[in-house]
Design a protein around this ligand. Structure first.
Ligand code: ATP
Ligand code: MG
Length: 421
């Protein structure tokens, strides 16, 4: 295997295809490769006309094995926003294509034919030193790169450092962050929340001094310390980060459910600053009328609707034993037929309790001690779902209001037979 970091001849346009970007980075790190991107130097669009073209603003082609080939390109910033670049594809060398990329570790090319790495910006050294470093001042031209850096830390771990010169540059980009399109922000946050250390995404943005620009409501959590019987943590932000870490350890299999749970963890206490400011305590922080306007980013409804239900119920589930029976029935019915959502609710409750420093007995909320409570709640849910008044209605032909009263009475009876608190 050969390595070269001498500046490649800027005017070398010899026809050649290289593996680039995340695939080379992850190959060198020894972690699974997600997608394979190739760059084609010295080629024209015509050379790939047999392939399906996928790129809109620049030529990218899909290969049969799922990998993508892009023509080498040069970018120049001409106005704000994602599409504010002018793109050139004539006479672009490998060096120029690598130079337009964000981080040194993402700007290594690999020639599969000769098994040679081309590394003009010392990305391999930065990989070894676990350093995230920008390539050039042009890094400022796309504010999404700030979120990408934070996401890479969430993936790679806290031992990875952002180079001091990159930190300075990022702080200068604060105002540019306002120009990020909401769908691009959502995609990055989604990616970050699916990483092992998703809390590092938000902690990195906080350390970089830019959390408040994109996530003002989450930023507000950093300056609120509750200091009551239930919450002795340094701040609501510190607690929220702890909950994010804990739900990650609960091994939720489907990405959609992990996302719902992670977003619910992130936003479960988002209304606390508002409630303390207006009411002097945290009461009402589960009220969706207060919560919803505080969501910093636009979420797809498939995530937002179940997430809001988890937030709305995150205190109720804790208070079930003190709730009136009819309210208990309504609590279970709020999950419609979705027992997985109730399971996520229970997981959130556990993480919320385990992620607090409080005067309550901690062993009460250990995973194993809580197993029986989890089973009881799921059994109650299933029993309510299985109940049908059809037979009783057929026998008694009652009025609509009598049916309603009967169903409620029966459901309360079912719950009383299962809930033992
Ligand atoms: P992931 O593993 O999450 O896919 P990635 O680095 O491969 O990470 P991609 O979006 O697949 O990210 O992009 C492939 C490559 O394109 C990157 O490695 C980087 O070289 C370049 N790139 C992507 N987005 C940007 C950007 N916003 N600015 C500069 N270069 C970028
Ligand atoms: Mg990639």
């Amino acid at each position: 295997m050969a390595f070269t970091n001498e500046l490649l001849e800027n005017t070398d346009y010899t026809k050649q295809i290289y593996l680039v970007g995340g695939a080379v980075r992850d190959k060198l790190l020894g972690i699974p490769i997600k997608d394979r991107d190739y760059v084609a130097v010295g080629f024209s669009e015509n050379d790939f006309k047999h392939l399906h073209k996928v790129g809109k603003s620049f030529p990218v082609f899909l290969q049969k094995d799922g990998s993508q080939i892009a023509l080498a390109r040069r970018e120049k910033k001409i106005r704000h926003g994602y599409n504010g670049f002018s793109i050139e594809i004539q006479q672009v060398s490998l060096y120029e294509d690598l130079k337009r990329r964000d981080l040194t570790i993402n700007a290594i090319a690999f020639d599969e034919a000769t098994q040679t790495y081309h590394d003009p910006f010392n990305g391999i050294q930065d990989l070894e030193n676990k350093t995230l470093r920008h390539i050039s001042e042009a890094f400022c031209e796309d504010p999404l790169r700030v979120l990408r850096i934070a996401r890479f830390r969430a993936r790679l771990g806290g031992e990875w450092k952002i180079h001091p010169s990159t930190k300075v540059l990022i702080y200068k980009m604060r105002d540019e962050l306002h120009f990020l399109e909401s769908n691009r922000v959502y995609k990055e946050v989604e990616g970050a929340l699916l990483e092992q250390n998703s809390h590092l995404f938000f902690e990195s943005l906080f350390e970089l001094g830019v959390l408040d620009v994109i996530f003002p409501s989450i930023y507000a959590l950093t300056t609120l310390k509750e200091g009551n019987l239930h919450h002795l943590e340094a701040s609501v932000f510190a607690h929220t980060m702890e909950v994010l870490k804990l739900v990650e350890s609960k091994n939720i299999k489907s990405d959609k459910h992990r996302l719902i749970l992670k977003f619910a963890s992130l936003y479960h206490d988002i209304a606390k600053p508002y409630c303390y400011r207006n009411f002097g305590n945290s009461k009402g922080h589960d009220n969706l009328k207060i919560v919803t306007p505080l969501l910093d980013i636009a979420l797809p409804n498939a995530i937002k609707t179940p997430m809001l239900l988890l937030i709305q119920n995150h205190i109720k589930i804790y208070l079930l034993s003190k709730m009136r029976p009819a309210k208990c029935v309504a609590f279970f019915e709020s999950y419609k037929k979705d027992s997985t959502l109730l399971e996520l609710q229970i997981t959130l409750l556990l993480a919320d309790k385990q992620g607090s420093i409080s005067f309550e007995a901690q062993q009460k909320f250990s995973d194993s001690n809580f197993f029986a409570v989890r089973t009881m709640l799921l059994n109650a849910f299933k029993a309510l779902l299985a109940y049908s008044p059809k037979e009783w209605i057929a026998q008694n032909t009652p009025s609509p209001s009598a049916i309603k009263a009967h169903i409620l009475k029966e459901k309360i009876r079912i719950l009383k037979g299962i809930l033992y608190f």
